[in-house]
Write a protein that binds this ligand. Sequence first.
Ligand code: PMP
Length: 442
Amino acid sequence: MDREDSMNPNTLENYWMPFTANRDFKADPRMVVSAEGMYYTSEDGRQIMDGSAGLWCANAGHSHPLIVEAISSTAKTLDFAPMFNFGHPEAFRLAAQLATLFPDPLNRIFFANSGSEAVDTALKISLAYHKARGKAGKTRFIGRERGYHGVGFGGISVGGIVANRKQFNTHLPGVDHMRHTHDPDRNRFTRGAVSHGAELADDLERLVALHGAETIAAVIVEPVAGSTGVLPPPQGYLERLREIATKHDILLIFDEVITGFGRLGRATASEYFGVTPDLITFAKGVTSGTIPMGGVAAAQFIYDAVVENSETPIELFHGYTYSAHPVATAAALATLRAYTEEGMFENAANLEQAWGDAFHALKDAAYVTDIRTIGLVAGVELASRDGAPGARAYEVMKRAWAKGLMVRVTGDIIALSPPLILSEADIGFMTDTLRGVLAETA
Ligand code: PMP
């Protein structure tokens, strides 16, 4: 490419897009140029309702004035702060606020910059914890089929999305997977936790029997699997996992990158389901997606074991240049304030019923084979087009965009997870648009 071309802002050639059909996108790009509240504005000037909170993250709605102000004023006063042996007070203030938000005893907060980094951090803390207690043999991890835990090597290893794994051929050793909990024969058109499948938690017991508890460090699950198509847990499943993990001294990690910060009408899924893990990973909603930030909330006893048994002045050899970046920290503090002052989690909780009613009314729309709702999340599963899995949902996504609605697709599933500021009228727009698009696709 010559220099003149590279200066041309219209070229689409150079950006290698993530998790995108690059060739198809460049033939028919969908670009957004601004955002406010529930809406994006497309490059051609249309208002697009954000049915997916960006990528499950813009929980406070777009361009929230409190958050925008916090970001811009902090960028002017403290553009960066090194956190290795130095600090900035707001990072400690944010950690203290998050400690009150996460269930007890999860009150030690480690900051990263994304969900993937949060997952790697939680896995490494688990290893450090066991080692600090003289149990260095506990190194195996247990994940689950259809789990998504980001794209680091730790995350793809414990994760269970086939496509994300098989292109790379090598993973962390010593990882096993429990079966996923999706059973459309027994659970279909469901709201909230599903009725059948709690016994699948016994997969953990079977893996303990196979390898020995003395080899297993941690088990990681999403309380509600998001990226693989909205799979709420069976009633009693998380409780059972908790029991088995405790019995065998295995740490239980909830990956709450999606479910945290109001997605289910509560601060966390742990609170929603009444089950407390030992570690929670978070990202996305902590800053409402405005500035990258992620992290781990660890139980006090984990921190104590690692810190008190440390033989070196530095207790945990782990951290990121941008851990608790001042601008991200400010964004997070303002986001938490917006959530609280404007009762956004409460709004989400109050709308759960209307949300479920509206989506389940799509039951008879063309191609719909299943609908699952929980909190402010909906998964609408479509019959595969012969020989082209995912093609129909992809077409629905494109047609919805043309009609002013942004949705996520994953395989044959359309996933919705709007900003928590939405109204009943917004829900109506989303389901009416989808109904029309499905009819048109037929
Ligand atoms: N864990 C879960 C449950 C997620 O949904 C995601 C992202 N969708 C991640 C981890 C990875 O987060 P990130 O893309 O910020 O690395």
